[in-house]
Design a protein around this ligand. Structure first.
Ligand code: ADP
Length: 608
């Protein structure tokens, strides 16, 4: 586009008069002659200019501080008078249009508007100026000569010159230290000066931001929610399992504080979880029998230096049962953080134990009575049968079998008594020679039936022992009967009684020596365990309890039993019992050297 030269001159002349007016209004009163003169001049020029303008509208606009007149770039930023630039800035607009009919007073009021810092449209309205309008700018690209026809609408109220690179950089610097909301405010403030519009934009931006944020959070939370759901169902399942276990379940932390109990455990303790939660199990009387050992177990796992015995009042088997029913809970580093125990109700435990003992006593009694009658009947029968009668040997076998059965019942009964701690000893001043002879006498008939020579060799003046005489005889009978069982026909068994020598002088030693099958080296330490039958000898009837009971009876009377054996050449069992000394003091054995000891015989005896 090319602007007519005369028109351009008219524009320049108008701008000259108008900018003079803008400058002088700051120096003179509005009715000053100077002011009136320039405004008159400007007004006179404006009339024909408007008439020549497209759409009868003469428009001045600022684009990047370049003055665009009627869409034509007229002045570059460097040549733009400061007064004109200021007017645009104060009016907060990027374009001013003059319409036909604009008066000189309108131009005066426009010049005065530069003193205003606020609502310029309201100012025009207040002063009834409708021939001057602010607002929509009409821009053309400087390099597009025909831009007059291709008008571009700029955003309403876009701040003149605020979109260039330097200002954007400044914006970045401004918002960098600001928090999110203030930064958004600043950015929105740059887009428009209209506060209502600012508010609307801010709302839209915040809504969008919130929606985006919600979507991102939901996405991130999805995995967490799934994980949480899984954990919740795991907990519910575990709780359901624990609650439905028939036994009492108590979960404690590493300090023994109760975390959880199932209803059965509440019954045992007599209190509900809400009362006991957080309390230490050591402090709860009703739980002591079930849980003290558990707590002690945990405590000793956490702090081995704590020397408290904890379960001193509990039976060994019982505390062991609790320990076995306790699962220690460890963290990833293997540190004990708690435990889960399924303690047996002690009352229930004792009830079962009593039932067991009663059953054993009743059963052995019930078995023994008919057996005694059978044996008596057999003996009567045997008396009436002549020795050359072929039936005689059958009856004798039946008698021997009934005796063996009786011995087995005695073993079971004794073992049951030992287990329940009910085997009672009545130690007395017992002559050692009498003990030996009584045992040998009762075994004579049997050894003779096997053609075994059973000899008794008692050291003259052997001291008395401090022992339950009946049990001491029983000890020797058990050992001699084994010797008879494991020595082939024609063999020899020697029972001797001697006083100990040197540091063993506090004991009398009863030895049973046979020349039977002997016991393998590796079996010698095992034969005192319950139900163990070594395989070296011929297979014989028995329970494997005889030596277990024998050893228990010896040890419980302060004695000791040992075995020496050569496989195929015979065995010697030696029982030491304390010498009777008025029993002011009981001699104590030096402990035997421990060979491959893992569990003590006593623990094995009681099955723990
Ligand atoms: P049992 O009732 O089977 O005889 P014991 O406890 O009395 O049980 O004996 C355990 C095992 O020790 C026997 O089965 C046997 O193998 C071995 N034993 C005991 N005494 C002798 C012995 N004098 N000679 C050879 N083996 C023996």
């Amino acid at each position: 586009m090319t602007a007519d030269k005369d028109i351009k001159i008219a524009w320049f002349n108008f701008l000259k008069a108008f900018t003079r007016g803008l400058a002088q209004i700051n120096l003179y009163k509005p009715d000053h002659a100077q002011i009136t003169q320039v405004l008159k001049e400007a007004h006179a020029l404006l009339g024909p200019i408007i008439a020549d303008s497209p759409d009868n509208k003469f428009t001045l606009a600022l684009d990047n501080n370049n003055l665009i007149v009627n869409g034509f770039p007229l002045l570059t930023a460097s040549k733009l008078p400061a007064s004109l630039k200021n007017m645009f800035a104060h009016a907060r607009t990027s374009s001013i249009s003059f319409l036909p009919g604009v008066s000189q007073n309108d131009i005066l009021l426009l010049c005065q508007m530069q003193a205003l810092d606020g609502d310029s449209r309201g100012y025009l309205k207040q002063n009834n100026i409708d021939k001057i309008t602010l607002g929509r700018s009409i821009f053309v690209m400087a390099d597009k000569p025909d831009a007059l026809t291709g008008r571009v609408q700029a955003p309403e109220d876009a701040g003149a010159g605020e979109c260039n690179g330097a200002t954007a950089e400044k914006t970045a610097e401004t918002i960098a230290p600001q928090n999110f909301e203030t930064a958004i405010d600043t950015i929105v403030g740059k887009t428009t000066r209209d506060s209502a519009e600012q508010k609307r934009i801010l709302e839209i931006v915040m809504k969008k931001f919130q929606a985006e944020l919600d979507a991102q959070i939901n996405k991130a939370l999805l995995v967490v929610r799934q994980e949480k759901k899984k954990m919740e169902s795991d907990i519910a399942r575990t709780e359901a399992v624990i609650s439905n276990i028939a036994e009492g379940v108590v979960v404690v932390d590493k300090d023994g504080k109760i975390l959880m109990m199932n209803p059965q455990a509440e019954v045992i303790s007599g209190k509900c979880l809400s009362d006991l939660s957080g309390q230490k199990i050591f402090d709860i009387a009703n739980l002591e029998n079930q849980l003290v050992s558990l707590a002690w177990e945990i405590r000793s796992g956490v702090d081995k230096k704590d020397g408290s015995s904890g379960d001193g009042r509990l039976k060994p088997g019982f505390s062991e049962a609790i320990k076995k029913s306790t699962a220690i809970i460890q963290d990833e580093d293997g540190k004990i953080v708690g435990s889960l125990s399924i303690p047996t109700d002690k009352t229930k435990f004792l009830e079962i134990e009593k039932l067991q003992q009663d059953f054993m006593a009743n059963m052995t009694h019930e078995l023994r009575s008919p057996l005694t009658s059978i044996k008596a009947a057999l003996e009567l029968l045997a008396k009436g049968i002549k020795s050359d009668d072929p039936g005689k040997s059958m009856i004798n076998t039946a008698i021997r079998n009934s005796e063996r059965l009786n011995a087995i019942i005695t073993d079971i009964l004794d073992f049951s008594k030992l287990q329940s701690g009910k085997m009672v000893f009545h130690p007395e001043n017992a002559p050692s020679d009498e003990i030996a002879r009584e045992a040998a006498d009762s075994m004579k008939a049997w050894s003779a039936s096997k053609s075994l020579a059973l000899t008794v060799n008692i050291e003259p003046g052997v001291p008395h022992v401090y022992a339950d005489k009946r049990r001491a005889v029983q000890i020797l009978i058990n050992i001699i009967s084994n010797a008879i069982k494991f020595t082939p026909k024609g063999g020899a068994i020697e029972l001797s009684a001697d006083k100990g020598r040197g540091d063993q002088s506090g004991f009398v030693f009863f030895s049973v020596k046979d020349n039977g099958c002997g016991i393998k080296k590796e079996d010698q330490s095992k034969i005192f365990e319950k139900f163990v039958q070594a395989s070296a000898g011929e297979k014989t009837a028995g329970t494997g309890l005889g030596l277990t009971i024998t050893k228990a009876m010896v040890v419980m009377q302060g004695g000791r039993i040992t075995v020496e054996s050569d496989q195929g050449r015979g065995s010697t069992f030696r029982v030491a019992l304390p010498v009777y000394n008025g029993q002011l003091e009981t001699p104590v054995f030096e402990p035997l050297p421990i060979v491959n000891k893992k569990t003590s015989w006593w623990e094995k005896l009681l099955g723990i």
